[in-house]
Design a protein around this ligand. Structure first.
Ligand code: AMP
Ligand code: MG
Length: 486
């Protein structure tokens, strides 16, 4: 086995504590690695020398073709419900966990590769990834991070120089991604299905230790673990909703125990506000539509609860009752985070009575919906209205009488414009701009990606000359559809 000279002190917590779920494996060789984009700030956060990653050895590390000294890459096993149907064996079919490392703040982070070749979990697929979808994950996950949403991070995308067969032939790439772990609801499903309670307990202990430490000292640690995941997911989905983010493929294998967003396949940002917004070509039933995301999260968490039952109580009925009660906390938690966030989007004062605030919010949502107002720029325009310039906002609506009535009541509450500008981003990864940048990246030109990343890194700071990046898609962009099988 070849080793590289880039030295990163990897440890192997997952592989050593849960060897039953870790298959030692190596990436396939990469004929002509070429760095497309590298996240210098994240490398620094990880204590990795970014310049070392740019060397031929670094690129081999970032593609999984050679193993860093002391590392033992593994493919992770997991199961999952995909669009409601259960697959007992998914796992890393084109990904590898290189290992964990401790970042500058002492946090344990996974270094994980996507597109690194076939593994025993590939199920007949090619194990590869194309430049477009990997750059897409890079752009959108880093944008989400800048927007303050818990998410996996992107360290680099390296083009492989190999062609990948999709509907057309596309250039291949490997994404290096960083996460606090890759434990999924599907990881628990895989173990629960095997019926090995000792392994299940080890997995749950591992999850508690890595993500939900307070649960360890609770009276019922595994119930506390469950409740902590419920809370993390309720907060996460509320943040998605406040930003108009549609994940698109909320399968249980894409829901993380840490509460970080993962897998930016068919995701999209909603423009015209409509709760039934769906972008994924395969989501014909709208299972993962914008407005269904909280319910989809609860459904997934119920599947998670099922896996934990043997650890919750010896008495099965009692275990179920405890899980049901804990799952009920999602709603309260979700509504608290979403409600607080929505109030901030409207700049409403803290002391305002809840019922009054919610009434005002709901009326605004109805108006936005009726006039197909762009979610992101609409709220930003409302911020200008709080500063006295209401015309750009008014201009977005069909029914001016209704809007003026609403504005008068809202203005009477003295909305906080500064709070609104801190809460409502100017720049999100606009679907048409992302597509434009990915097309260029696929042809080898990364200029548009860098331009996009430049504004997305400071999404709340309005910058002159960047109006195009703040505007919704032109009408001729049409209805936006995303595709799986990336
Ligand atoms: P995803 O849609 O990326 O969340 O992946 C769902 C499952 O399909 C995971 O088990 C992946 O490893 C697997 N998968 C997706 N694309 C490929 C591919 N090109 N080759 C092998 N496995 C894949
Ligand atoms: Mg996935």
């Amino acid at each position: 086995m070849t080793t590289t000279s880039v030295t990163i002190p990897f440890i192997h917590r997952f592989a050593s504590e849960l060897p039953e779920l870790a298959l030692p494996w190596q990436g396939e060789d990469v004929p002509d690695p070429r760095l497309l984009v590298l996240n210098d700030a994240l490398a620094d956060e990880l204590g990795i020398d970014a310049d070392a990653l740019r060397t031929p050895d670094g690129l081999r590390l970032l593609t999984g073709t050679t193993v860093p000294a002391g590392a033992t890459p593994v493919a992770q096993a997991y199961a999952g419900h995909q669009f409601g149907g259960y697959s007992p064996r998914l796992g890393d079919g084109r990904a590898l966990l290189i290992g964990e490392l401790t970042d500058r703040e002492g946090r344990l982070r996974d270094l994980h590769l996507k597109g690194s070749g076939r593994t025993p979990f590939s199920r007949g697929a090619d194990g590869r990834a194309a430049v477009g979808p990997m750059v897409r994950e890079y752009v959108v996950s880093e944008a989400m991070h800048a927007l303050g949403v818990p998410t996996t991070r992107a360290l680099a995308v390296v083009a492989t120089g190999r062609q990948v067969q999709r509907e057309t032939v596309l250039p291949g790439a490997v994404l290096a991604r960083v996460a606090s772990s890759h434990l999924r609801v599907g990881t628990f499903q895989y173990v629960a299905a095997a019926g090995d309670v000792e392994l299940l307990r080890r997995l749950a202990d591992h999850a508690i230790e890595r993500h939900h430490r307070a649960a360890a000292s609770a009276e019922r640690p595994y119930l506390a673990l469950f409740e902590s995941v419920v809370a993390a997911q309720a907060d996460l989905v509320a943040r998605w909703m406040l930003l108009g983010f549609v994940h698109g493929v909320m399968n249980t294998d894409n829901m993380k125990i840490s509460g970080e967003t993962i897998d930016y396949g068919p995701c999209a940002f909603m423009e015209a506000f409509a709760p039934d917004s769906v972008f994924s070509s395969i989501d014909v039933g709208g299972r993962y539509a914008y407005g269904n995301q909280p319910a989809a999260a609860v459904w997934n968490l119920a599947r998670f609860a099922e896996t934990l039952l043997p650890l919750l109580d010896e008495d099965q009925d009692r275990a179920v009752a405890l899980a049901v009660e804990s799952l009920g906390t999602f709603d309260t938690r979700y509504r608290a985070t979403y409600g607080t966030g929505l109030r901030a989007k409207l700049g409403l004062p803290e002391g305002l009575e809840d019922a009054v605030a919610m009434q005002l919010c709901e009326e605004l949502l109805t108006l936005l919906h009726e006039s197909h107002v762009d979610w992101t720029s609409g709220f930003r325009a409302l911020g200008r209205a709080a500063r006295g310039d209401a015309e750009p906002f008014r201009g977005l609506f069909v029914d001016l009488v209704a809007v003026d009535g609403w504005l008068a009541r809202w203005r009477a509450l003295a909305p906080d414009a500064a709070l609104m500008d801190r809460t409502n981003p100017v720049y999100i990864p606009r679907n048409h701009l992302v597509e434009e940048a990915l097309d260029a990246a696929t042809s080898g030109d990364m200029t548009a990606v860098h331009e996009l990343m430049d504004v997305l890194q400071n999404p709340y700071d309005e910058r002159p000359g960047k109006e195009r990046h703040a505007a919704p898609a032109p009408v001729d962009f049409g209805r936006y559809t995303t595709y799986c099988g990336t």
